[in-house]
Ligand binder design. Structure first.
Ligand SMILES: Nc1ncnc2c1ncn2[C@@H]1O[C@H](COP(=O)(O)OP(=O)(O)OP(=O)(O)O)[C@@H](O)[C@H]1O
Ligand SMILES: [Mg+2]
Length: 241
């Protein structure tokens, strides 16, 4: 235990507090996580680490930073209005925990409906453990850095995911763009589901139109004749309950 403790501490550096170190150790004791290696990504709100489970399978371990008032203000709009978080105390660490749980549930829901995303494995406090998309600790490239060889087909594929996400899974991603889509062997995998809301959320339509505009802009720049984003939005909206 002492040995694990110090190696986890080393990997987490000074970015995370004692409580986060304990949370990682808890996941190890539960048998969810066997190893934690270096960072795959250091964002403003979260760091993503490469890890392994007991069977040697790669894991992505996303650890949310316990952060600033600015994060709180920015995030509240995606949490208030979501019945899944009614009654949750949303101050301090609790808000970050709610955010990690929200991403976990969104991933679970999206996977259940066959939307390509990392399979969620566990969530505990500010830590989300999921399937690793990539190989040997190297994540698959972002769509923005790895434009598909057949852009029209990729565009159509994404359109169908957006439509199924809303009409079947009842979710709007709300942060969809070439920055949150990984390309694994020509397969598109949608990541970063913390912002996603139920399609019944009061701002769901606004978020959906924004997602569609981002995707359309990216593919238009690749030369795809996308048509108007508003038209596709309307096509989906008219079928939303
Ligand atoms: N399941 C995963 N498998 C492999 N790599 C992942 C996975 N999830 C996230 N990553 C890597 O970590 C990066 C950041 O993840 P994500 O977009 O979920 O977090 P973020 O909070 O938006 O961070 P940032 O502020 O850096 O965008 C991704 O661009 C990707 O490189
Ligand atoms: Mg992201």
């Amino acid at each position: 235990m002492a040995e694990k403790d110090s190696s986890v501490r080393e990997v987490l550096e000074d970015v995370f507090d004692q409580r986060t170190v304990l949370a990682v150790l808890h996941l190890m004791n539960r048998g969810v996580l066997a190893k934690l290696y270096g960072t795959v990504s250091t964002g403003k709100e979260a760091r993503v680490y490469w890890g392994k489970d007991r069977d040697g399978r790669d894991l992505a371990v996303k650890i949310y930073l316990i952060v600033t008032a600015e994060f709180r203000r920015g995030r509240l709009k995606y949490i208030l209005g979501d019945p899944r978080f009614e009654g949750a105390s949303l101050r301090g660490r609790e808000l970050i925990y709610a955010w990690a749980r929200k991403e976990y549930r969104n991933l679970r829901r999206a996977s259940q409906f066959g939307i390509p995303c990392p399979k969620p494995i566990a969530v505990y406090e500010n830590i989300l453990v999921m399937e690793f998309i990539g190989r040997d600790g190297v994540p698959a490239p972002l769509l923005k850095d790895s434009p598909p060889s057949r852009p029209y087909e990729a565009f159509r594929e994404l359109q169908s995911y957006i439509e199924r996400m809303v009409l079947e899974a009842g979710l709007v991603h709300a942060d969809l763009s070439e920055y949150n889509i990984l390309v694994e062997d020509d397969r598109l995998v949608i990541i970063d589901w913390g912002s996603a809301v139920l399609s019944s959320h009061p701002n769901a339509e606004e978020f959906l139109l924004n997602d569609i505009r981002n995707v359309y802009r990216f593919f238009r720049e690749l030369g795809v004749d996308t048509g108007r984003p508003e038209e596709f939005f309307e096509h989906i909206r008219s079928q939303m309950r």
